[in-house]
Design a protein around this ligand. Structure first.
Ligand code: UDX
Length: 449
């Protein structure tokens, strides 16, 4: 089976490599010359564990190819995926669909035989139908179907999420006369290996599949925001947020995941998708106040975390040196999009702090986004050397393994603000730190000098 994947970005590359691994031939079309050159040389332009090997194996097996020619890729393809970017439009917060429609038009112009055109990018409700209308306008002669197949991949775990998904959602045009059977049959064939492992594959309407993606991400963003607010409350009443997360998470109706408190959610999906859902709902005349509030709480949380660091340093950071561990929006990625570190570091630099930062993967991506004066360090211990205070912003595993005794020796001051709860309060206090974390009771520690 032949498929085309338009867009060799995160979604296109991971999905393309995984479909190839399933045994399908995939032609990925990437128009950015630098990115294409990198892919052709076997260099993977994103950080995703296991992806380099998956790509290399499938290229070697002849199932995965890279090119910049849509016409070539589309010839003979039974499924054509659109996996181009849908950035948030400046000004109104809507998803910018320029690239989706440009790709659609190009595909339509060069399609010869029947194919199902599938949107894989996260697109507003109604886009699948627009894509269908556009193809019909450009090529009234063509026999085709459209489908919506949103991805639910987490960065850092994308291959596992693709190969062993909780579910796959495929929307087709249920209003089509005679049904979209051909499209459904092609999609079933593409995902055949998942039937073998009994992963649920749901066929829905186009609109349902499109909205399901926003609903899933917004629900998870709301769950994170909920536990963040519970953590704040825990600090006021002397309760422990981790015990609460466990206590409520063991109720299957709630579930244990996504109940880890932190400095607010970031990344390429949650901030964009919550905002998009707010707009979709407002435009449809059915506003989603829960999500509006989630967006608002999460935005203000980042500044509040910066204030919290300043307060932990005694009310002012002017003239102080602060070490920062972790910059990316979460561990196991080099992605800095909407990372909490951006507003937090700008605030601290603006308040007169000198910043020494380390991140295991994100330092290159971080530099253009963070204040110019940030000093980038070789490793975590280097970032802690001589600092008055140390702040944890991303829960990379290697930070958990750091020796508190060694940190104590290297640091000048004794303040630690752990916004991801990577360490145990008691252990850190026993080592003489003024240790603050999120939503955990304050245990008696050394008296601030
Ligand atoms: C998310 C969805 O999980 C995925 O299904 C979708 O396809 C894309 O968006 P991703 O953005 O890679 O994936 O990251 P995710 O692991 O979901 O984390 C999102 C943000 O929430 C991160 O900033 C993370 O730090 C934060 N988070 C997550 C928490 O603060 N606490 C948690 O318990 C979980």
């Amino acid at each position: 089976m032949q498929t085309a994947m338009i867009g060799g970005g995160y979604v296109g590359l991971v999905s393309g490599a995984c479909f190839a691994e399933f045994g399908t031939n995939v032609a990925i079309v990437e128009t950015d010359p630098d990115r294409l050159a990198a892919l052709r040389e076997g260099r993977i332009p994103i950080y995703e564990p296991g992806l380099d090997k998956l790509v290399a194996d499938n290229v070697a097996a002849g199932r995965l190819t890279f090119g910049d020619n849509i016409e070539q890729a589309v010839q003979g393809a039974e499924a054509i995926f659109i996996a181009v970017g849908t950035p948030t439009r400046r000004g109104d917060g809507h998803a910018d669909l320029r690239y989706v429609y440009a790709a659609t038009e190009q595909i339509a112009k060069c399609m010869k035989d029947y194919a199902v055109v599938v949107t894989k990018s996260t697109v507003p409700v109604g886009t699948g139908r627009q894509v269908s209308d556009l193809i019909r306008r450009v090529r009234p002669d063509l026999d085709f179907d459209v489908a919506s197949n949103p991805e639910f991949l987490r960065e850092g775990n994308a291959i596992g999420d693709f190969m062993r998904p909780d579910r796959v959602i495929i929307g087709t045009d249920t209003t089509k006369e005679g049904g979209a059977h051909r499209a459904m049959e092609i999609m079933r064939r593409l995902y055949r290996p998942l039937y073998l492992i009994e992963a649920p594959i749901l066929f829905t309407s186009l609109e349902t599949a499109e909205l399901a993606k926003y609903a899933a991400n917004s629900f998870l963003a709301m769950k994170v925001t909920f536990i963040n607010e519970i953590a704040d409350l825990c600090e006021k009443v002397g309760a422990d947020v981790h015990d609460i997360a466990r206590g409520i998470g063991l109720d299957n109706r709630i579930g244990r995941k996504f109940l880890h408190p932190g400095p607010g959610f970031g990344g390429s999906c949650f901030p964009k998708d919550t905002l998009a859902l707010v707009h979709i709902a407002q435009n449809a005349g059915s506003p989603m106040r829960l999500i509006e509030t989630t967006v608002d709480i999460n935005d203000t949380r980042k500044t509040r975390m910066a204030h919290r660091i300043v307060a932990a340093c005694g009310g002012s950071v002017a003239g102080l040196t602060i070490g920062v561990l972790g910059l990316t929006f979460k561990p196991e990625t080099d992605d800095m999009r909407a990372a909490s570190s951006i507003p937090i570091l700008h605030h601290l630099a603006g308040a007169g702090a000198t910043l020494r930062a380390f991140d295991p993967a994100g330092m290159e991506a971080a530099q253009p986004l963070l204040p110019e004066e940030v000093v980038y360090c070789h490793d975590a211990l280097d970032a802690a050397t001589g600092v008055d205070a140390l702040v944890v912003l991303t829960e990379w595993n290697e930070f958990r393994a750091l020796s508190p005794a060694r940190l104590r020796e290297l640091m000048k001051g004794d303040v630690i603000v752990d916004l991801r709860n990577v360490w145990e309060p008691k252990a850190m206090r026993d080592h003489g730190f003024q240790y603050e974390s999120i939503g955990r009771p304050l245990i008696e520690g050394p008296v601030r000098k």
